[in-house]
Design a protein around this ligand. Sequence first.
Ligand code: ADP
Ligand code: ZN
Length: 620
Amino acid sequence: MSIESILQEVFGYPSFRGPQHDIIRHVVAGGDALVLMPTGGGKSLCYQIPAIARQRAGQGITVVVSPLIALMHDQVGALHEAGVSAAFLNSTLNSEEAYQTEQRLLRGEITLLYAAPERVTTARFLAQLDALHERGQLSLFAIDEAHCVSQWGHDFRPEYRALTVLHERYAGVPRMALTATADALTRADIVERLQLEAAGQFVSSFDRPNIRYTIVEKKDASTQLLRFIEREHAGEAGVVYCQSRKRVEEIADMLAQAGIHALPYHAGLDFKVRQANQNEFLRGEGVVMVATIAFGMGIDKPDVRFVAHLDMPKNIEGYYQETGRAGRDGMAADAWMCYGLQDVVNQRRMIDESPAEEDFKQVMRGKLDALLGLAEATDCRRVRLLRYFGEESTDCHNCDNCLQPPDVWDATDAARKLLSTVYRLHQTSGVSFGAGHTMDIVRGKLTDKVTQRGHQSVSTFGLGADYTEAQLRAVMRQLIAIGALHVHNNEGFSTLHLTADSRPVLRGEVPVRLRQSSSQRPDKRSRNRTALAPAAASLGQDAMVRFINLKSWRAEVAKAHNLPAYVIFHDATLAAIAERSPQSLADLQHISGLGTRKLEAYGEAVLAVIMGESHTVSAE
Ligand code: ADP
Ligand code: ZN
C-alpha cells in the first residue's frame, strides 16, 4: 500500500503538507532523519505513516519516545479512532495493564508503541526490544521533542541522553528525531547527542503565518490581559503563561471573577488537580489555561485561539514554542505578550544568580538579548523571529509593528541624562542607587530620599523634567536590554551600574531610538479574520444549524470514548460535512479528516444527524 493511500484511507487527508512526503519516503526506505517543523506543521504523520507502512511490509513495530506521559492516552486514542493499533507504556498503567501491553507487543499486535525515555532505557524494556529485534520485528524509533536532549534547548531532560543506547544496540534500525524548535546550537547538539550525523535533515520553514504577534508595554498586566481576552477572544480557548505559581493562581482567580472559564496549572498543584484541569482544557470548550511553562508541551489541541505571556520567557526558543501552541488548525490566532522593565531585570537576575558556569551564563545572556531585541523592535516581529531560526523573510503584515508601524522617538538625550546621573551618583556618594531614585533625580523630583541625601545638587538634577516617567522607564529598559546599563542585585535591592557599553551612549555615539508608548496612540488595528476565519464562519444559516448539531453529537461521542472532541473530528471536518449536507454514505467520501475507519464507525450516525433524526451514542 502506498504512503499516499495510507494518508487518504487512514487519516482522510487528500495531500501531504510541506515536506511530509519527502520525510516519509526517506524513513519508509530505512533512512535516519532529523525533522524540524514548527508546532502544528504535522510532525506526527511523519512517523505514523512510516510506522504503518513498515508494519504492513512485515517490518514490525515503531517505538515512539515521548516525554509526554499525560498525553499518551489521547494520542493512542486518536490512532485507535483512525483504526491504527497503538498502545502506550508508562507509569499511569498498573502492572497488570503494563503486562498485557507487553504481551501484545511481543505478539506483534502493535504498530506504534508510545513510551517515555526513562522507560525505554530500562533493562526490562530493552530485553523485550531485543526479542523483537532478533525476529526482525523492530521497525523504527521516533524520538519526539528531541530538543529535550540538549541543555541548550529550553526543556532539557537528562533521560534523553541515555537514548544513545538505541543506536548502539540496534544499529540497523532507523531512527528519527523530531522537534518544533531548535536554533543552530541546539540542532547541532541533537545531532551529536543522538548520533544522527548520517541522518537526512529536513528543516521546514518555521513560519506560522496564521499567528499574529503582538508585544505591548506592561502597565497593569492583569487589566491589560483581561481587556485583550474580552475584546478579542471572548469565549475562546487560550493559554496564559506566567512566571510563578503564585502569579498563576492570582491571574486564574482574577479571570474567573471576571466571568472567564479560567483554570490554573503549575507543578505545585496536586497531580490529580493538574490532570483534571488539563482534561477540562482539552475536552471543554473555550477554557483559558493560566499556567507556568510546566504546561503545554505536546498539547495538540488544534483550536487554541491565543497564547498570552504575562511575563517574559527566557529566550526566543521558549517564546516560539509556547506561542506555537496557538492556531494549530491553521486559523487566525494571537500571540500576545506584555513586557516591562521588571521582566528585563528579573530575567537578568535569574541568569546572574544561577549556579551555572560562566560560559553557560554567557550563552543564556545572548539568548535573552535576542528576545529583548524582539520585544523592543520597531520593525516586523516575524522577520526577526524567523531570522533567529536562520530564515530570511519580508514584512509579514500580520504583526503589531506591520499592522500599525510604531511611532519612534529619539531617546538619545534622555539616555545620556540617565547614564550620566548614574555616573554622578556613584561619584558623589560612592554607592549605587536603583532605577526609581535615578529617574526622580533626572526628572527633578524632590522626594524625601532626594532631599535627605542632598541629591538635588547632583548636576543632572531636573535636566530631564520634560520626560514622563513612562518615557524614562522605557529608556532604562532599552539601556538594560542593549547592555549599556547593568542591574546588580544585592539582598533584594537592585542598583544600576555603568558598563563598557555605556560610554558610546554617553558620548552620543550610539543613537537610542524607542517606540512611542502605545497608550498614547489610538488603536487602529482592525480584526481582519475573513482570510483565515474559524472553520464555521462562512457557513450559511442552514449549514450552521447542521454544524451545531454535529458538534453536540461529537461532544457525546467524545465523552463516551473518553477523548477530546477534536480527536473524533476537527471543527473543519464538521464544517465541511455541514456544508455538503450529505444524503448518503457516498456523499461523505473525500471530506478531509474522514478516513475509512471513521467513515465506517460514524458515517451512519453523521447522516442521521444531518437528516435531523435522533441518535444514540454507544460507548464502543
Ligand atoms: P505537530 O506535531 O507538528 O505540532 P501535528 O502532527 O499535531 O503537528 O499536526 C497538526 C495538525 O495538522 C493535526 O491536527 C493534523 O491532523 C493536521 N495535519 C497534519 N498533516 C496534515 C495533512 N497532510 N493534511 C491535513 N491535515 C494535516
Ligand atoms: Zn510583521
